[in-house]
Structures are given as structure tokens and as C-alpha cells.
Design a protein around this ligand. Structure first.
Ligand code: 4AD
Ligand code: MG
Length: 465
């Protein structure tokens, strides 16, 4: 018989009709007359209840039906007597696809810690929490593609292997086929890459922006959505060594339009979650973060604050005068740390903040320099609980100014002539941003650690699974 997925079975009105479902046993309980099996196939957080009449099934037949086992169950769909579900299946035929030894199956117990579940990342998608998180992750990816497609953007694929360091922070993972035990050095003692696979030093990309800018100078509006890699040794709940980033790049927009885009895009994604993932959000709201749904609703109804960096520093200085203690300094020119960002967002304003016009020395080389020659047109979005969720900017489109900045920073441009060509030929004002997909996931799910919103996290000293 053809399989019905459980999300459809639970909505079915074909009472009295035969039905066939497959899935993994979440629990089995009962008495000497009847056994109740909660079956889940991943299509929804909800289980379907399978009722086995013990006058028709022997204890021997039901013995392999333990938590974690995989079954095919055929029976009759009936209205449920019990609370919590409208329909259930009266079992007529049972097929056990795979058993799960109760002595050994790690998800036997309830209430396992997130830390423990990370050590069994190959099995954790079978828990309610991770099932919910990964269904939401899929839906957020769909939201992102839908938003850009409907707004006339083209999905542009930028390379993962690159020879340029977009952020200039030197946090790249090298890609090489060289024998690391037998390296060749040149007369200056530098590694000679001429016989390496790419004939030069190559690495995994930290951002698709530079190539994204090339595309925006031809297609007008593009976005990327793919993995990015950072070898930053930050063991925090908000950093991954491999994360996914969404990077739109748009010709002919200015700073205000860029901020409008950032705000509209995030709100669209959050609204999408509320419209498409309510069952999973309700579960997370109940068991992971009691304020989750309210926080999601409040973000779509609120105007984000737009705050120049200099004013932000003034607010923080004022707070310090009034007795607020921070671990790190925050004088004009300092890069704000997450405690400062969270103070502004969570305590001072109580809503998301788009911070603008940062000192140029704490930002990347490509940002448009303001007339004051001290600040650049960056537009980072800071979120409650998360801190920085978006990093964005208007780009410096003027060849001479960009080149002067590159020289001032002594950035080796030998391999980046192609990037400068966008400023040589038909340069256009343009702007864009990068949204960390897992930071968005943290916000939308209420999960506390970024390792728990990506299936297989890569962090310092961890590349398991
Ligand atoms: O602020 P970042 O470094 O900006 C860029 O890479 C620009 N090239 C983007 C652009 O303008 N096209 O990174 C952008 C976002 C951050 O705001 C954060 O959400 C996320 O990427 N991010 C990380 N997420 C997880 N783990 C990390 N190690 C991250 N580093 C950045
Ligand atoms: Mg940033």
C-alpha cells in the first residue's frame, strides 16, 4: 500500500479507510489489552498514534517496537478517543524495518543536554527539538530564495576557493595539495606555491562579496547564499568556522535604501517563519524559549533604530557615567564588543538597531568613506540576544579613493586587479550586506548556541561527523 506521510495522515478525514505510514518510534506505552505507539516520520513535529490490540498482536511481535526502531504500520484510520490528536491508526499489519536496542540506543532517555546531543549529532535530528530546528532551517532557506526571487534578484554562485581575502582579516583556511612535510621555499624563505595545485596560495572564502560586486555591475541585483569559512579561533555561542551567508549586492542604491532592504528582508524572513513553521515554533516556545513567539512578532511590528556609531558611543559613555560596568573599553574608534551591542539593543532601545557610519579603521577596505574622511558607510544590524546579525555597507565606487585606501592599508592587490576593474569600467554606486544564516536561525528558533542550529557544526578542535 502507498505510504501516507504523517503530516497528511493527521489531517486526513478518510475515517474508516485503510492507511499505511512509516516512521521511527518515539515511545510505546500501554496495558495488557492494548499498546500505544507514538510514530514520527519527520514530516511534522507531531506523532501519529498507532494502537495495537494485544488480542491480535503477540508480545513477541511487538517486542522490537522500542524507542528509535523504524516501522511500517498499516491499519485503519479512526477518530481518536485520547486527548492530543484527532485521528489514530488501528494496527492491522506491522513491519519492522530496523530495531534499536533499548540498552544501546542513546536517545532512549528524555531531557538530554544540548552538550551531550552535540556528541551524537548523527542522531540528534531525531529529537523533537532538532527536528523542529532543521525544518525551520529549510523554511528559512525557502524564505530567502523567495524574497530575492520575488524582488527581481538573481541567485549568483560565487566560488568557495579563492585567492583573495575579502575581509582582510587573515582568517582563511588554506587549500593546498602540497606535501606539508616537504615544502619548497624561495630565496626569501617564503613558501613557493608555483607548483601547488592553483599555482598560487589559495584558501576557502570568507565571503562571496567581491565576486558578488562584479555580478551586481552586470545583473543589477544579485544575491549569494552559500557556505563561508573563517579560521577565527572564537569559541563562542555565536561563531562557527563554517557558516552559511546570504549576500545581496545591489547597483544604484544608497545607504538609506540599503538599510530599508536589510530591515525589510529580515522582517520577511521572520514573518515567513510565523506563517510556515507554527507547529515547530510552538514547540520551541514551550520547551526552549518561552518568549520566542512574542519576540518574533514584536520584531516584525517595530521600526528598527538607525543609529550612527558616534551616537552609540555617546550612549555607552553616558551609561558608564551612570554606573554601568563593561568588560571592554568603548571609546570612539574602538570596535564594539557584543556586550556593548547587546546593551544598546536590549537595554537602551529594546529593539533592533542598525548602526551606521563606523570609524574607517575598524571596518574593511571596500566601504565608502564619508566626507569627514574618518567614518565609513557601514550599516550593521544588531539584534536582541544575537548581537550582529548583518554586516553591510555602501561600497567605495570611486577608483582613486578605493585605490588610496588599498595603498594606505598595504593590501596586496596583485591578485585583485579584476576587482578594481569594476571601478575602472562603468563604475556604479552600489551597496550590499551579509546576513549570517545561523545567526538568523538563532533568532528565529530561540536556541542558545550556534552549534545547535546547523546540522554538523565546525568549530575550533571539532570537525566530527
Ligand atoms: O560582518 P561580516 O564579516 O561581513 C562580510 O563578510 C561582508 N563581506 C558581507 C557583505 O557586505 N557582503 O559577516 C557578515 C555576517 C555577520 O554579520 C554575521 O551574521 C555572520 O556573517 N558571521 C558569522 N556567523 C557565524 N560564525 C562566524 N564566525 C561569523 N562571522 C560572521
Ligand atoms: Mg561584521
Amino acid at each position: 500500500m502507498k505510504r501516507t506521510v504523517i503530516i497528511d495522515a493527521l489531517k486526513s478525514e478518510a475515517l474508516g479507510q485503510p492507511i499505511h505510514v512509516c516512521g521511527w518510534v518515539r515511545s510505546r506505552r500501554g496495558n495488557k489489552n492494548v499498546s500505544f505507539i507514538a510514530l514520527n516520520d519527520g514530516s511534522t513535529i507531531k506523532n501519529i498514534q498507532i494502537v495495537a490490540d494485544l488480542s491480535k498482536f503477540s508480545e513477541e511481535q511487538l517486542k522490537p517496537v522500542t524507542t528509535g526502531a523504524c516501522l511500517g504500520a498499516t491499519g485503519v484510520l479512526v477518530a481518536s478517543q485520547g486527548a492530543g490528536q484527532s485521528v489514530e491508526i488501528q494496527l492491522t499489519d506491522l513491519e519492522v524495518f530496523g530495531t534499536a536496542d533499548p540498552e544501546k540506543y542513546p536517545l532512549q532517555k528524555k531531557g538530554l543536554s544540548m552538550e551531550y546531543l552535540r556528541t551524537i549529532a548523527h542522531l540528534r535530528p531525531r529529537t523533537n527539538t532538532f527536528g523542529a530546528v532543521f525544518r525551520i532551517r529549510h523554511n528559512m532557506a525557502m524564505a530567502i530564495h523567495t524574497y530575492f526571487h520575488e524582488h527581481g534578484y538573481f541567485y549568483f554562485h560565487t566560488p568557495l576557493i579563492t585567492a583573495s581575502d575579502c575581509e582582510g582579516a587573515g582568517q582563511m583556511f588554506q587549500v593546498t595539495t602540497k606535501n606539508l612535510y616537504n615544502l619548497k621555499f624561495d630565496e626569501n624563505g617564503q613558501i613557493d606555491y608555483s607548483d601547488d595545485f592553483f599555482g598560487k596560495q589559495a584558501a576557502l572564502t570568507v565571503s562571496g562579496q567581491l565576486e558578488g560586486e562584479l555580478a551586481a555591475m552586470a545583473l543589477g541585483k544579485i544575491y549569494t547564499f552559500g557556505p563561508t569559512f573563517r579560521a577565527e579561533n572564537s569559541n563562542t555561542p555565536r561563531h562557527l568556522a563554517e557558516f552559511w551567508m546570504i549576500e545581496p549586492e545591489v547597483a544604484f542604491i544608497d545607504k538609506d535604501e540599503l538599510m530599508d532592504l536589510e530591515e525589510d528582508f529580515i522582517k520577511f524572513c521572520v514573518r515567513w517563519a510565523l506563517e510556515h513553521c507554527m507547529d515547530d515554533l510552538e514547540f520551541l516556545n514551550q520547551f526552549v524559549d518561552k518568549g520566542l513567539i512574542e519576540r518574533l512578532r514584536s520584531v516584525i511590528d517595530t521600526d528598527f533604530v538607525r543609529l550612527p556609531y558616534t551616537e552609540g558611543i555617546n550612549i555607552l559613555q553616558e551609561a558608564i557615567k551612570n554606573g554601568k560596568k563593561f568588560e571592554f573599553p568603548c571609546n570612539w574608534g574602538d570596535d564594539l564588543s557584543s556586550e556593548h551591542e547587546r546593551y544598546l539593543v536590549e537595554q537602551h532601545f529594546g529593539k533592533p538597531v542598525i548602526m551606521t557610519d563606523y570609524p574607517k579603521d575598524i571596518k574593511a577596505f571596500y566601504m565608502k568613506i564619508n566626507e569627514d574622511d574618518k567614518t565609513v558607510q557601514g550599516t550593521d544590524v544588531l539584534f536582541p540576544q544575537i548581537g550582529e546579525i548583518i554586516g553591510g555597507s555602501v561600497r567605495e565606487a570611486d577608483f582613486d579613493k578605493l585605490n588610496a585606501e588599498i595603498e594606505r592599508r598595504q593590501i596586496p592587490m596583485k591578485d585583485m586587479w579584476w576587482y578594481l576593474d569594476t571601478r575602472r569600467f562603468g563604475a556604479a554606486p552600489h551597496a550590499g550586506f551579509g546576513l549570517g544564516f545561523e545567526r538568523l536561525m538563532l533568532f528565529v528558533t530561540g536556541m542558545q548556541n550556534i552549534r545547535d542550529v546547523i546540522p554538523f557544526p565546525r568549530t575550533p578542535k571539532n570537525a566530527d561527523f
